[in-house]
Design a protein. Sequence first.
Lengths: 518, 395
Amino acid sequence: MKLIKNAAGRLVPFVVNGQRQIPFKGVNKYKPDGVKAKPKISSCKDYPEDGNKVVRNLKEALKKAGIKNGMTISTHHHLRDGDALTNYLFDIVHELGIKNIRWFPSASFPVHEHLIKYLEDGTIHHIEGSMNGPLGRFTSEGKMKGVGVLRSHGGRYQAVQDGEAHIDIAVIAAPTADSFGNANGVTGKSASGLIGFALVDSEYAGKVIVVTDNLVPFPCVPWQIQGNNVDYVVQVDSLGDSTKIVSGTTEVTKSPDRLLIAEYVAQFIDEAGIMKNGFSFQAGSGGTNLAFVLYLKERMKAKGIKARFVRGGSTKYLVQLLEEGLTDYILDGQTFDLEGVRSMRENPNHVNTSPFISYNFHGKGNFASMVDVAVLGATEVDVKFNANVVSHSDGYLLHGIGGWQNCLYSKCSILAIPSFRDRIPVIIDEVTTLCGPGELVDVVVTERGIAINPLRKDLIKSMAKSSLPIKSIKEISDEVYSICGKPTKPKYDLSKVVAIVKWVDGTVLDSVFKLKSK
Amino acid sequence: MLKENVRSDCFFEIEPTNSGGIKLELKSKVAMLYGKSIKEQVEEMCMLFKLKNADILLEDFGAPPFVIAARFESAVKKIFPEGKEEFLLPFNKKNLYSSSKDKLRRSRLYLPGNEPKFLLNAGLHKPDGIILDLEDSVAPPEKAAARILVRNALRSVDFYDSERMVRINQLPLGLEDLEFVIPQNVHVILIPKCESADQIVEVDDQIKRIRHENNIKNEVYLMPIIESALGVIKAYEIASSVKNICALTIGLEDYTADIGTQRTLEGKESFFARSIIVNAAKAAGIQAIDTVYSDVADMEGLKQSVIEAKSLGFEGKGCIHPRQIPVIHRYFEPAPEEIEKAKKIVLAFEDAELKGLGVVSIGTKMIDAPVVKRAQRTIHQAVLNNLLDEDWKEK
């Protein structure tokens, strides 16, 4: 595989899975020309006049959709670790004897470990989206037939819109749908809030199948997915385990060290002058980020400050802000708990958004850059502020990018992270995998100190008199190494790229190499 | 122990053999990153302890080097109890700071002495003191391992300027603990269940001997803990037994059990004892420090308890969770209006002295001598709490 050094100094391949790639050119350097992908024109005459698109089962829908070897099939992660549909889908694909599928999920979860056998037997050729947990391990060990492609939520929209990735069949898990294909995520027993990640698939895929466990008579409102884009509707007993659909990292941390980080973040946002009337912020999921919302809330109340909008992933803590009048709106990309789902269903100021609205880099503007401050996580940050979210220092892929890359464009991006985890340094010399260029990372908050990117002279100036432990990032990494020792770097097989990391503009930011066995 | 909850710790199984050299089996979640350095450290330790042939199993959960060293030494000493060697990593230079007798001691954070995961980040929460506990938080079979771990922690872990304290076991076991900790720049020794001046003298003599033998210059202060009816009755005798006692404190769980009652939220049952502690401490010219507040989830209760303790004359409180620290600091420090009033009184007093006046007054109001004394103490506290510059009079 021929590799080239991109503008970030990382070795990346020219051709991936037979497709030409553009190496990363630098932040904001690459501007595409040309036209967007063009879906085929449909005629309503090819669809039942009574609007009833229900077919007997998923197998029949896939057959009608013309499933064949080498196609791209997309799914979505609204059901998170409770998703049973994707596993069921590939059981059928396997049963039909179809091979070499490009699976195009918006994210994968540990529950999808089930698919490893289909990656092994060639049913699935490779994954484009994210490779979490067991799938990441499988990929890192070089066992996947093709090369994995990691994209952000915005990058996924961009790739489909720009024609970089064509979806042949989209399978959309819809907590509620009607027989015409209108669908939403706010009602039904598998309610997950919204299904915005499936929007681009419904617009651009060759065939669109909506699968629901709550079929209602027309009209299904709100119609987050419009039936006019849908080919077939399938009814199933259950989309998955509803207790796991709304689950995961949605509880405030109890760890005193994480709470300290969260408190530092809130104090920083306050003292840097970001927290003022009409401001906006985004917090990711994860215990530290949730705790930060609580500390910021205390400060907002004490000073009588109100936000114009907050960005979700929403949780009960954001819903409380909305209901207590501390923000005018929640602009939500996904709901992380049942309170979020309820609020979205009941409160018109809790607005659902799609990656097109929130993150797509090739649009006429970018919501992400209008947010005053985004508080995010990372698996590693290096002394140049470059950051990683997909792999750990041992070289294994473990997480997806999510909206993380997109959020780095906010006016102030803050990574709130421990300086090390169980002897594994997080603040280090050089990231294992580059997911976010350092020039977009403004502040790193750890329990051992807060580092402001030297590029942000304004922030350095406004924090000059702060009582917070402001340090250089090098000081923090030195301290981490003095506690943990300096680790040995994992050994890679540089002849074998197992996955690539795309930047928000579709260029290739970094490669993940196969790990050499111990 | 549930292995899922283990962090920053490790377990050794050492089986001496007759030949074949050292065979190390390493199971570690950081094997890829630190496998090599862990193996090197184990080899070095085998050399020191003259272990030439052994099968060693190390199950590691991200333990830092000082923990690996402590666990290895404990395992070796189980096999060769008479061995005197110690495997000491270099003394962290950040740990060379000293303390003083009248240092601010608003908060002191108890850490169980045999639990590595709490040690590394404790100082980040900025308690005035950190207590590495060898007594009640360590189960009897773990006492020997805890001593070694605490010794290593005192050498390696940066406590970020918190006062370095150790609570030793009840005597006579506690006297043995001193051998391990006194050479490691420990600032304060807490002595549990004190009931007589003799006990304090015994501890003090032992410390003197160890300091002399090891040529240790820094002072080691003592904080006796009163935990029984007899201790309360003997409080002044204990508080004034030796000159380097810095504070007197009380343990209410044992005390209430001893007098045959239970702790209540209201605390009527311990009012007498706590007041005795304050009086004995003040009579001996040392600090009076209150017991711990044990409901870590109830911050409002903690706040009320601090306000109450301060009103009784206590200057500090124990804590068992880092989140309690900011609350304790905030409510022990003098309030802004207290400081403002104290400044006026102190200035008026100095003005009167300068003018040779016998009477201090502000406006038409006369100020009595005790009021001046209290104001001076408030100013002193304000300076210690960084609420007032030392040269505030010039400003």
